[in-house]
Design a protein around this ligand. Sequence first.
Ligand code: TXA
Ligand code: MG
Length: 304
Amino acid sequence: MSIAEAVRALGDGDLIHLPTETVYGLGARADDAAAVIRVFEAKGRPRFNPLIVHIGSQALAEEIGVFDPRAHALARAFWPGPLTLVVPVRDTGAACDLARAGLDSVALRMPDHPLALEVLRGFGGGVVAPSANRSGRPSPTTQADALEETGQAVRVTLDGGPCDIGVESTVVSLLGDARYLRAGAVTRAQVEDIIGLLAKDDSEGHRSPGRLSLHYAPDARVEINIDRPIAGCAYLAFGPTDYDGPVFQLSAGRDVHEAAANLFRSLREADRLKPALIAIAPIPQTGIGEAINDRIRRAAGFIG
Ligand code: TXA
Ligand code: MG
């Protein structure tokens, strides 16, 4: 299917699969509550969990949200790219109440993927795009996975290839003191290099309303930090292993970026074997490793 068809579908209030560099999104026009409701319904997502509004230009971002000097500096440094900025919303209706779950702030991101940018620029308005999985499940990082999750709900699905990054964008709130709400490819240290120290208590459960426990969870039970899996497990390894059951290698060379790109697909493939348990190797907390550990702790049910 084509970019023109995706742009037309958005205009009509229909849903699309929007490939990005992080994960595949389930896109709808952000200014139309009827279109946004379809996104919540297709995902089975609770309506108190606000959506990210994707934009194809800085000018549109500033029509929708209020940019202070910190927001300008971060957008200059990381857009297009895997960083979402939470800023005060302007009262224009460009991001409808439902998209923001009624908050007076809005989450904005300019994705770094050629198809996503062409769709966003062709459409011209903001596009909500949560990950294209059903709520609580691992995010899709290929078109095939997006189709398996929400294929029934979309009018147009685009194939942007496997996602380069593989975990969702970093979310930084600039409401008052800057806070790192969700770990992603843009690290806390990279954000601090641009705008100075971030507030220490993220209390993400409170400030990022969608961060529920048992997110990103496959059907099988998940255990993390496992060096020596017991028989019967499916094992997500990080580097060489002598486990003789089914092994899904996140990164043979112990590269955290490669592990992030393989994470959700490996969880899905392991789950297809219907194992008693999916065991995951210890992952270093460096760089994008913080985002990987956040997602696998949630998959294991450890973060509430
Ligand atoms: O990488 C990504 O960000 C992907 C791709 C498709 O762009 N999208 C994505 O969207 O992950 P979603 O809806 O699954 O994640 C949105 C996150 C949630 O944690 C939500 O709570 C937070 O952003 N969020 C959205 N609006 C917010 C707001 N006004 N204040 C605080 N957190 C907000
Ligand atoms: Mg999601």
